[in-house]
Design a protein around this ligand. Structure first.
Ligand code: BGC
Length: 719
């Protein structure tokens, strides 16, 4: 059956109440439940107007995943990559709970997150919105985030299903990827999100093996709704529907935004001609067709009338939306409270944003430069030290109530003198929205002032006990990073400062891995990603040792040319096809298989404490190991277990080692704890084209340690 042919498979069994509603709806009313419309409040990213005649309430959808994006303020959480660096999914759950509560405080019913595409190439412009290059880590965070959001009665929307691993030509590129690789790398995170009960899921813009994801009968129908039993509604990415008939028959349930951007602007009293003319060409290349947005409105009912779409399919689309509305409790009690600043700005949410930022901070290198002495004199250097780096550009932009810059955070914490010397003009943020609204005005005011000079930063550094240099990149949805080198003269700034002060500490505020050509010359390197609203407070807490840097790398750091997928055919693709010919060898799997040297491997990160591993035992599915904190201070350890099938024949092409389980633990000075990890079937299995998930008989090695390249103990098991 081709994707345009009619079919009705994988329907849900709605409650009697929903089934009765579906029966009572007119065709036009059904349409209004599956195509977006303009939010009269102008606050929601997506809007379904409901059916007044039958007391079906409206439904409001707001962007995530770094916070609730409406016209009003909300907690700006750190990048999802920072969250995943904690290796502690309980924090994703808590962030989900907080975002769910804030969504309600903003009168929103659905949160468009978490984002969980796998980090295939470090250049991806949305790396900061995603979790990891590893599917097990990704899935653990995705599931926890969904559970947290939905515990508040707000619908979660894991996105972007699937293989949206680049922003370049994201609306047309086709990922040429084989089934095993999809199953083992790109799909598991989504499966975990569905297992956690997600009531909605967003399709990717791109095509997979030639077919748009909004029309993928196999991946939407057979896999998602069939095998995984997904009962929510599938919503398109914004302007990511190509045809009503093909999409509805393929398994898409809701088209968003359902109107063109021009119509949306016009409804807000804005001039539609302001759209897109001044957009940066690279960003424009990553945009969908924002003029087209009404396929369902134009064609869906005609397709039913013509027999090209079965009414039963339309009914299932509607039933899925109504079931989500019912699940959220909205059929009985549509919150109509307006929005509430106090509920959107709970002190616990601020604390949580700070906790995630400190716990997600990765200490990549430390030659006794950290923690800083309380009374050390410090030079704070870097082009953007006066602002909190909230995130990258695009739909995850969140406006916080409050934020602290590095200068504010360090000044508040330090007992010694603090000198500030920026060294360079600010690196400008980039955003997909700049072009849409007619140009970026964010950084232009500073242009009047003379540029800061590197010499002044060097002078300040040479007089201080320690120099802390903050460097950053700039990334946005809709464009990939051209390079993973730091923008502008920042490498030169670090090198000059390092030559002037032996205790130079570099803090990376980046969307993903970057190149560090000076790393041998500095005393410490800290990666804090995009830390969100508590930037200054959280980095000060780590630099002064009030908090242990709890983070470990969820992505490999390496020189740009050492990563996989480094040919044009693989990334960004040729003739709109990106060949995933690296197969399973993505991230650390590639580095381990090829002996390419990472700069800092997956899972790496120092604590201020030090740990010893003993007594590894594997019984059944349980791996236990004792870990002792051998230092005189409390610290956090992330215990990681990797699995290898040493005797597997070469033709099975198993990666050399794969993360199987992990646990983040706090260990007091001198304390010993026993950590238990569970090996689920996926950890040992592989996806076989003919037989599906398969665990081969034979020997597996389970290695446990501090990172993918610092394994302390190992044990063999037979299966
Ligand atoms: C993004 C989605 C987002 C949607 C609505 C798209 O540009 O890809 O992640 O949820 O816009 O803002």
């Amino acid at each position: 059956m081709s994707d345009s042919e009619q079919s009705v498979t994988h329907t849900i069994e709605p409650t009697d109440r929903v089934a009765t509603l579906v029966d009572d709806l007119t065709a036009e009313e059904k349409l209004s439940l599956v195509r977006g419309a303009v939010d009269p409040e102008g606050n929601a990213t997506g809007y379904l107007p409901g059916v007044e005649r039958l007391d079906v309430p409206e439904l409001r959808l707001a962007d995530g995943p770094l916070g609730v994006r409406t016209e009003e303020s909300a907690t700006a959480f750190p990048a999802s990559l920072a969250l995943a660096s904690t290796f502690d999914p309980a924090l994703a759950r808590r962030q989900g709970e907080a975002m769910g509560a804030e969504a309600k405080a903003r009168d929103q019913d659905v949160l468009l997150g978490p984002g969980l595409n796998l980090i295939r190439v470090p250049h991806c412009g949305r790396t900061f919105e995603y979790y990891s290059e590893d599917p097990i880590l990704t899935g653990a965070f995705a599931g926890a985030a969904v559970a947290g959001i939905q515990s508040t009665g707000v619908v979660a929307t894991p996105k972007h299903y699937v293989a949206n691993n680049q922003e370049t030509r994201r609306a047309s590129v086709s990922a040429a990827v084989d089934q095993r690789v999809l199953r083992e790398l790109y799909l598991p995170g989504f499966h975990d999100a569905v297992d956690a009960g997600a009531r909605s899921l967003m399709t990717a813009y791109n095509r997979v093996n030639g077919t748009y994801m909004s029309e993928q009968r196999h991946l939407l129908g057979d896999v998602l709704k069939g095998e995984w039993g997904f009962e929510g509604f599938v919503v398109s990415d914004w302007f990511g529907t190509e045809s009503a008939q093909r999409a509805a028959n393929g398994g898409l349930d809701v088209e968003m935004p359902g109107v063109s951007l021009e119509e949306q602007f016009a409804s807000m009293g804005m001039d539609p001609s302001a759209v897109a003319d001044e957009m940066d060409p690279e960003i424009a290349e990553g945009m969908p067709d924002i003029g087209a947005g009404g396929h369902f409105a134009d064609d869906l009912l005609d397709a039913v009338a013509a027999g090209d779409l079965l009414e039963a399919r339309l009914d299932d689309m509607v039933a899925r939306v109504l079931s989500a509305i019912e699940w959220a409790g909205l059929l009985d009690d549509r919150r109509d409270s307006g929005t509430d600043d106090e509920l959107a700005d709970e002190p616990e949410h601020r604390d949580l944003a700070r906790t995630i930022a400190t716990r997600g901070t990765v200490l990549l290198k430390n030659e006794d430069a950290l923690p800083l002495d309380d009374d050390a004199s410090v030079a704070v250097v870097g082009p953007n030290v006066d602002e909190a780096i909230l995130g990258g550009g695009g739909s995850s932009e969140t406006t916080p109530f409050d934020e602290t810059s590095p200068v504010e955070g360090i000044t508040a914490r330090a007992d010694g003198d603090v000198a500030v010397a920026r060294g360079l003009a600010p690196v400008e943020s980039v955003s997909m929205f700049d072009g849409m609204l007619g140009g970026d005005d964010a950084a232009s005011e500073a242009d009047e002032e003379p540029d800061p000079e590197i010499d002044a930063a060097v002078a300040a550094a040479s007089e201080a006990d320690a120099a802390v240099v903050f460097v950053r990149d700039a990334a946005t949805e809709a464009a990939d990073r051209d390079t993973i080198a730091l923008p502008g003269e920042q490498d030169a700034l670090v090198e000059r400062v390092a030559a002037a002060n032996d205790d130079t500490i570099v803090v990376l505020n980046t969307s993903g891995p970057v190149e560090l050509p000076w790393r041998e010359d500095v005393a410490a390197v800290v990666s804090q990603w995009y830390p969100g609203q508590s930037h200054g407070e959280s980095i000060a807490a780590v630099l002064y040792g009030d908090a242990d840097p709890g983070g470990r790398l969820p992505v490999t750091f390496a020189p740009e040319d050492a990563y996989p997928a480094d040919t044009a055919e693989q990334f960004p693709g040729v003739d709109d096809v990106a060949e995933y010919s690296e197969g399973l060898l993505v991230g650390y799997r590639h580095f381990d298989a090829t002996d390419a040297e990472p700069t800092y491997p997956f899972g790496h990160g120092h604590s201020y404490a030090s740990f010893a591993y003993e007594d590894l035992a594997v019984e059944g599915e349980t791996v236990s190991v004792t870990v002792s904190n051998e230092s005189e201070r409390a610290g956090r350890e992330v215990v990681q277990a990797y699995v290898d099938a040493p005797d597997a024949p070469d033709d099975l092409e198993r990666p050399p080692r794969e993360l199987a389980a992990f646990e983040a633990v706090a260990i007091e000075a001198g304390e010993t704890v026993t950590v238990e990890l569970t090996l689920d079937d996926r950890a040992l299995g592989r996806y076989d084209a003919a037989d599906g998930w398969t665990i081969d008989d034979g020997r597996f090695t389970v290695a446990v340690g501090r990172s993918s390249r610092d394994l302390r103990l190992s044990a063999d098991i037979e299966r």
